[in-house]
Design a protein around this ligand. Structure first.
Ligand code: ATP
Length: 221
């Protein structure tokens, strides 16, 4: 089962005079839904970027399944180990729902037809089927777009899903559906899910809640 471990992580933006993250220690395990909460500007997105391999910590160690990221090819880590979901969905606007999901698989070398079939299965499991498969993101509702975005992360095969305010643009009903999907992925398919959020419902539904304050982190649930 996937395990993402952060040890003594410090981070300071170039040119800044103080650390945004200070001595962060945490372990995120597969099978669990984790929420990271904290006031605006406390460092939540910065921490997510570091876990996503988009930025390197100034100090400290990150490991995935016991492998130090410093010894890994970061492109490979980003491609195979972690995938991201964003508040603004960030689908490719000129690709259909199905293409948004099958494209990352083709990119990884899976033949086109196989990628399409797998994409259909994944989207079907998320309630996107029929003519919705061939619609462009602009012709889908926000909730549907976010489900396609989740489908895209699943298609990458990565077992760690990082989500930045995934319900931030959704109404209550769609938010609940997205939370249910993420919860099921963690509990039934062993994904390790880490969600940065202001949404207290996500925190309530999560197995663990981590609070960042002034750059430090503590587990409060
Ligand atoms: N590129 C940057 N250069 C310098 N400082 C930055 C940069 N990006 C963010 N910061 C600062 O780092 C701190 C943490 O920012 P971060 O975006 O991680 O906070 P956050 O907890 O995600 O906030 P929010 O909830 O408002 O999204 C803030 O003080 C912010 O101003």
């Amino acid at each position: 089962m996937a395990k993402l471990e952060l040890e003594n992580i410090f981070y300071r933006y170039k040119g800044a005079d103080k650390d945004v993250l200070r001595d962060i220690n945490c372990i995120f395990e597969g099978g669990k839904l984790n929420a990271i909460v904290g006031p605006s500007g406390s460092g939540k997105t910065t921490l997510l970027s570091i876990m996503a391999g988009l930025d390197e910590p100034t100090q400290g160690k990150i490991s995935i399944d016991g492998n130090d990221l410093k010894d890994m090819d970061l492109d490979e880590y980003r491609r195979d180990n972690v995938s991201m979901i964003f508040q603004a969905f960030q689908l490719f606007p000129l690709l259909t729902a199905l293409e948004n999901v099958s494209f990352p698989m083709e990119y990884k070398g899976i033949p086109k037809e196989e990628a399409r079939e797998k994409g259909k299965m994944v989207l079907d499991s998320l309630g996107i089927d029929g003519d919705k498969l061939s619609r462009y993101p602009s012709n889908l509702s926000g909730g549907e777009q976010q489900r396609v975005a989740i489908g895209r992360t699943l298609a990458t095969g990565a077992k760690v899903i990082l989500a930045d305010e995934p319900t931030g643009n959704l109404d209550d009903e769609n938010s609940e559906r997205i939370i249910d999907i993420l919860k099921q992925l963690a509990h039934q398919q062993d994904f390790c899910i880490i969600i940065v959020t202001h949404d207290m419902e996500i925190a309530e539904e999560s197995d663990h809640v981590w609070r960042i304050k002034d750059g430090t982190i503590e587990m409060i649930k």
